[in-house]
Design a protein around this ligand. Structure first.
Ligand code: PMP
Length: 354
């Protein structure tokens, strides 16, 4: 039986994507060769890469606006450093909304001066700071759109006077935004896009080339752009599977269509958390993530019963991050609303038993 997969990442992908990806591993498009045993310079793979890059810009509404999409390696974690290498000359401003923002700050600090424009560390990152100022003489401003661990999400973005860089690892392609407000968007593939192994970077070309440091080739966005995202051997399977997910998303009706579903799922989940006296939400209500709902069970004595009921219902991956505890229901694009219904049913059944 297929489980209800609430894993925070790597996470659920559409079943049809998994099927097509697995077929390609055996025989890509009736070529008699596996996708993962052909040259990345072959026409077959170059076409896949180009299609994936084009789909990203199309879905984000960034075609013809001076952006390039890259599929790189090293995870979002490598972007923490790469962003700074390519953009940091004197000082940058960072919004600190959780463990991933902190890691981004720590890496960038190795190169130069970082200023935290605001932080919600004082309350274990359970809210998103607001009303801060971004100094206009800094090189860039960095934020994390969705905080995967604590379950908070930026519902709106500041009007940044300097290039805005955003780590969208856990909510890319999940909601409509004016993506042209960002100078760089980056995201590890393994939540809403594909398997682990590739990182999407969308970069506005005209913000590059302004730092005086020498940038090692593999860290240089300009070199990656110049080589069509093929500076070295790309992770062919991860790129292909991501392309399939992007095609699936386009077929659904794009981000607008999936956003509607995501809102329904989140509403269902949070109304159970709020109405059921056994549970308590972790994040401040106005900042709640539509991707990762974090909550605790108020009565520890019910933990065992709850967890065995979850198991019985085929619900997988709802344990909270080790730093927060409790539970976390990750509701990425590919998670069907029926899975959320199944989880909510178990929660309300627990209430009737208690
Ligand atoms: N940023 C965010 C918001 C994340 O959720 C994660 C991973 N869960 C990362 C960065 C790190 O990504 P990676 O493991 O691809 O380096």
């Amino acid at each position: 039986m297929k489980k209800h997969n609430f894993s925070a990442g790597p996470s659920i992908l559409p079943q049809e994507v998994l099927l097509k990806a697995s077929e390609a591993v055996i025989d890509y498009n009736n070529t008699g060769l596996s996708l993962i045993e052909i040259s990345h310079r072959s026409k077959d793979f170059v076409d896949i890469m180009e299609k994936a890059r084009a789909l990203v810009l199309e879905l984000l509404g960034l075609e013809g606006k001076g952006y390039k999409a890259l599929f790189l390696q090293g995870g979002a974690s490598t972007q923490f450093l790469m962003v700074a290498m390519n953009l940091l000359e004197k000082r940058a401003g960072y919004l600190n909304t959780g463990a991933w923002s902190e890691k981004a700050i720590k890496e960038a600090q190795m190169l130069d001066d970082i200023y935290q424009v605001a932080s919600s560390k004082d309350a274990n990152f359970n809210y998103i700071p607001k009303g801060y100022t971004i100094p206009e003489d800094y090189d860039y401003f960095h934020c994390t759109s969705n905080n995967t661990i604590v379950g908070t999400q930026l519902k709106s973005f500041p009007n940044s006077p300097i290039p805005m860089v955003c780590d969208m690892s856990s909510d890319i392609f999940s909601r409509q935004l004016d993506f042209s407000q960002f100078g760089i968007i980056y995201a590890g593939a393994q939540k809403n896009m594909g398997p682990a192994g590739t990182t999407l970077v969308v970069v506005k070309e005209d913000i590059l080339g302004k730092v005086s440091r020498k940038i090692p080739s593999i860290m240089d966005y300009k070199k990656h752009i110049g080589s069509g995202s093929m500076l070295n051997t790309p992770p062919v399977f991860a790129v292909y599977t991501s392309m399939l997910t992007l095609e699936w998303l386009k077929g659904l009706g794009g981000i607008a269509a999936v956003e509607e579903e995501n809102e329904k799922k989140a509403r269902l989940m949070y109304s159970e958390i709020d109405l059921n006296p056994l549970f308590k939400g972790f994040a401040a209500k106005e900042d709640r993530s539509y991707m990762n709902a974090t909550f605790t069970l108020e009565n520890e004595n019910l933990k065992e019963t709850f967890e065995s009921m979850l198991k019985e219902a085929g619900i997988s991956g709802v344990n909270g991050h080790r730093s927060v505890g409790g539970y976390r229901a990750s509701m990425y694009n590919a998670l069907p609303i029926d899975s959320v219904k199944a989880l909510v049913e178990v929660m309300s059944e627990l209430e009737s038993k208690a």
